[in-house]
Design a protein around this ligand. Sequence first.
Ligand code: HDD
Length: 696
Amino acid sequence: MAKSPRTKSDRTQPSGGETHQTAAGLDTAVLTTNHGVPISDNQNSLKSGTRGPTLLEDFVLREKIFHFDHERIPERIVHARGSGAHGVFEATDDISDLSMAAVFTKGEKTEVFVRFSTVAGGAGSVDTPRDVRGFAVKFYTREGNWDLVGNNIPVFFIQDALKFPDLVHAVKMEADRGYPQAGSAHDTFWDWASLMPETTHMLMWAMSDRALPRSFRTMEGFGVHTFKLVNAKGEASFVKFHWKPRLGLQSTIWDEALKLQAADNDFQRRDLFEAIDTGNFPQWDLGIQVFDQAFADAQPYDVLDATKLVPEENVPVRLIGTLTLNRNVDNFFAETEQVAFLPSNVPPGIDFSNDPLLQGRLFSYLDTQNSRLGTTNFHQIPINAPRCPFANFQRDGKMQTMVPRGRANYEPNSLAAHGEVGGPRESPVTGFVTVDAATGDDESGEKLRVRSETFADHYSQARLFYLSQTQSEQAHIASSFVFELSKVGLLDQVPPRMVANLRNVDEDLARRVADGLGIPLPKKAPAAKEPVDMPLSDALSIHKNMKETLEGRAVGILIADGTDAAELDAVVAAIKKAKGKAVIVAPKVGGAKLSDGSVRKADGQLAGSPSQIFDAVAIVLSQEGCAALIKEAAAVQFAMDAFGHLKAIGHSDAAKPLLDKAGIEPDEGVTDLGKSFMTAASRRFYDREPMLRTLA
Ligand code: HDD
């Protein structure tokens, strides 16, 4: 497999101005201070005598410690933990009838930077909590940056940006005690959510396995809001943006996600980095749902309400381009940490709708960068700078790195008439023009602090989502509600209030959650608007949108002394042929002595490589190896968890006693090491679950 290209010429540089850094100075032979003075000794501070006090004049020490003391910047108030990568977006369909944006010109290739994130946890938290995932894409288009700052869930908790600080305060660690980290299963979140019926639809998604993606590579992305596309004639249409992963959808199950936190709290970050590093470039197709005002008017929901989606069965998703992530960052801080996404970044051809959540975001992201990055000049940081030329009369400020020449720092000016540089001018032809209200937005001009009546139905789409799931997915949702509400320790009124809301979604769901909690079914909460039944949508289910493939999946192969070399080679070759990743696990990382006397090095030590980090497992043992491993708790757990997490287990005949010890009752997912294992390893066995654990 090809290594991802990492040449110097690829390095991110703004086209507008040069950075003075040469790859952080590492090309220079002599170590210097930040001011260029050569340093003779980087091991010892300057002292008065060999054992005397350190001297204040030691500028080498002071500068080094001064810089170190300020290495951290405030983490993002939300989405603090993230992983980024560079890539390219290629437009594959002609939509010039809909949008004049150059990024959509068929065949156009645009450089992109993507950052995936969790929402609630801090920068040092774990990768696999139950949480929404951010999916933010910066397109460096030739007409300026377009930032599509979305999530892996197509709807949101709230309808109006005014409620965002309340949502975030409620979900993040509690104000007095500073926990829990990175999770919604606590008093304040459910107290708030149960008082806010508009959260119900998003809660259904957040309690589903959508909030437990197996990897960033196997999740969808959504722009969430309704935006507008504008063509060269100034005609606008409504649009919703979708990212469809080429590998299909995959999620973990709750027990697995919990154990993953212990096994590898960088699980998703590592997966993304390693996939790109080994040339297995993650890909998504960009899809659009386009509709007009007449369609919008005919729906039982408001397309400006971010708690609603447009079912794909009503407006099919049209694929118009492909995103490929093909280069890891060179430096996590400089790129992933300093990247600043702004939903207000749109090129001509894309415009905003009046969605009140979007409107609030247009302010918030610009504002937050000043406190996070410390300057209004954050756009000059290489990862944020447009790749097209940019110029205006904004000047000075902290960390100004550009050196504008001449006197032109105002406009209009007539300096050119005097032979001086006059600077850039506005361009009515190519410049961004806000589309007028031709799409029928209700802009009456009255000042009203209200919520539109058309936003009042909080339950129909929550019901649509729940009823569109498979039985197994519904059980996961009900069980997640039970788990989360069971963690509401101090506020007795909260679980009944939440279940009372759920009765508007589905009576069976409410009953299951009440039973699971062991509380009486509360009276149904009054609905602001009675829900209606909508035609079900297969697009909302993960299970109905999985792809049976080994591509992008890892198979953990457990071996020990005595493993048959030919059998092992055959399994490894078959996995590689199917584009899977074969990872050898043995009691000792130095390897195991195989049947032919050779030593096979392991990729991971058994104690540090539990089966939750794999998508399927092969247990390739001889009688001798099996007899040894049967006494190893980690080996028994390896098999037991693979089975419990609904994964395929391929095994040699001699490994059978280990499976017996793990209490595994063979089903179609437990196979020999032949062809049937390759088929089984490409999927999960959800039918197995009711036999293994009680779900709500
Ligand atoms: Fe937000 C970060 C996605 C509503 C305010 N948001 C942030 C990121 C993503 C989203 C993916 C991380 C960007 C990165 O990787 O740097 N946010 C969403 C989506 C929303 C949403 C899909 C609803 C549809 N956000 C939202 C609202 C507000 C914010 C309503 C405020 C009114 N979001 C922020 C923020 C953050 C942010 C505080 C934190 C760091 C940053 O912006 O750059 O300004």
